[in-house]
Ligand binder design. Structure first.
Ligand SMILES: Cc1ncc(COP(=O)(O)O)c(C=O)c1O
Length: 387
């Protein structure tokens, strides 16, 4: 049998997608399970966005789109980046992609030569190191610490810079820690990109889900060195529509579009018209985002208070919809802890593939009733553990 490529043999499939699939399968079999695994809003896409998709269909907008996206959406993106992020970009400096994931995938393909180093802040989102390796790059890990609220220390990042450093990835609000990086930290990291001439990739997909603090786009400090990645998935409950976007230096954006032209051709045309509505019907979209944010905030507080009451530790997240819970009171490591919790009827994601050892990720993008049930089950697992 001819073998698969070395590249693919080294590839780890997404742990979060796998755990979520397992939880759904158990539930289909009738197991009473609370799933805290989802990386997506539990809300449905808002009605005004769905209506725009129906309109696009009725108008026959069913053909291929340009690889970088429909011009109307690119114009709306330039306006969004200016209005919400303080980034002065033209439509040509923006790109629409098949989810934020394709924007990241294409930019690593566009930027990395074999052996180029990419600094990742640990714990990191599971897909970064795999995307970097698929592009021939070498992930270099710099840790962020629970006692520092998982906020990166620019000095520690500086020590990891070498002559081969090509990219630093920052993700605020963060998956899986929920940390929102302060402006001065993001500015210091952008200054490093300028000083050492590498690219900063700023993954801002959870931008609208902040409960304390404010969002800052480091592209304001280093516009020629920053690629800002975002998407419709988390803000507008549009995960299945697969619309992401990015902005950055024109040459890189053009290269990313060329990669799309030879792989996916373009993002889904109907979904692009729907995303345009989400980005331009400001009144309806703001009302939706505000409603979702308030719901997540209540759920976060409920979950955190519940965890602390039963003696489980977690750093208070200020954004996104995840809590990284310390598993030391539950089991010897995070995989065993996740197994014990699954047996007790709660599915969580072990921190292993996020390089969040000794932790599991809990998603609170689920109803309050589910969170209460999960807390009761956690308490039972703790009581059953021999001291
Ligand atoms: C940190 C982070 N970046 C990017 C993405 C990609 O999102 P999508 O491809 O659905 O737009 C996700 C999704 O889980 C994420 O958590």
């Amino acid at each position: 049998m001819r073998s698969l490529s070395q590249r693919v043999r080294a590839l780890k499939p997404s742990a979060t997608v796998a755990v979520n699939a397992k939880a759904l399968e158990l539930r289909r079999k009738g197991v009473d399970l609370v799933a805290l695994t989802a990386g997506e809003p539990d809300f449905d896409t808002p009605e005004h966005v769905k209506e725009a998709a129906r309109r696009a269909l009725a108008q026959g907008k069913t053909k291929y789109a340009p690889p970088a996206g429909i011009p109307e959406l690119r114009e709306a993106l330039a306006e969004k980046f200016r209005r919400e992020n303080g980034l002065e970009v033209t439509p040509e400096e923006t790109l629409v992609t098949v989810g934020g994931k394709q924007a990241l995938f294409n930019l690593f393909q566009a930027l990395l030569d074999p052996g180029d180093e990419v600094i990742l802040l640990r714990p990191y989102w599971v897909s970064y190191p795999e995307m970097v390796r698929l592009a021939g790059g070498v992930p270099v890990e710099v840790e962020t610490l629970p006692e520092e609220g998982f906020v990166p220390d620019p000095e520690r990042v500086k020590r990891a810079i070498t002559g081969r450093t090509k990219v630093l990835v920052v993700n605020s609000p963060n998956n899986p820690t929920g940390a929102v990086y302060p402006e001065e930290v993001l500015k210091a990291l952008a200054e490093l990109a300028l000083e050492h001439d590498f690219y900063l990739v700023s993954d801002e997909i959870y931008e609208h889900l902040i409960y304390e603090g404010v969002h800052f786009s480091p592209g304001r400090v280093a516009p020629e060195h920053t690629l800002t990645v975002n998407g419709a998935a988390k803000a507008f409950a549009m995960t299945g529509w697969r619309i992401g976007y990015a902005c950055g230096p024109k040459a890189v954006i053009r290269a990313m579009a060329d990669i799309s032209s030879q792989s996916t051709t373009s993002p889904d045309t109907i979904a692009q018209w729907a995303a345009l509505e989400a980005l331009t019907n400001l009144e309806a979209s703001r009302a939706f985002v505000e409603m979702a944010r308030e719901a997540y905030r209540r759920r976060r507080d409920l979950l955190l208070e519940g965890l602390h009451r039963i003696g489980l530790r977690a750093v208070r997240p200020s954004g996104a919809f995840y809590v990284l819970m310390d598993t030391s009171p539950l089991a010897a490591d995070e995989v065993k802890a996740a197994e014990r919790l699954l047996q007790a009827g709660v599915a969580v994601v072990p921190g292993t593939d996020f390089a969040a050892f000794g932790h599991v990720r809990l998603s609170y993008a689920t109803g309050e009733e589910n969170l209460r049930k999960a807390l009761e089950r956690f308490a039972r697992v703790l009581e059953a553990r021999p001291q």
